[in-house]
Ligand binder design. Sequence first.
Ligand code: ZN
Ligand code: ZN
Length: 117
Amino acid sequence: MATDVMAAKHAEAQKRYTQRHPERARAATLRWRTGNRERHLATQRARSRRYRARDGQKSDLMNRVHHQVAVAKRSGDLVPQPCESCGSVDVVAHHDNYGKPLAVRWVCQKHHREIHS
Ligand SMILES: [Zn+2]
Ligand SMILES: [Zn+2]
């Protein structure tokens, strides 16, 4: 997942910083903990509440379908094709029907937005 990669990169950067400036990193961590912990938790809570309220079940289904697409891509059952509108190879899988998880249309970001507009 992209978020895992980002988290790993972030952890790498943190480690480098800590090695270079151990005392500064420690002070920053302490400051962050006392200053932001509560606010950070509140933001997280508010965000997940909003997210659930807005997308609810739909996002559960979408997550499941997107996961199935990712698995099928990895196993070779689903092979990305150039954008059906412009031929770009930087494509995403679009579903006309989430009831058919592997019936996808391959479109670039731009034409994907157009489908949904
Ligand atoms: Zn396109
Ligand atoms: Zn779509």
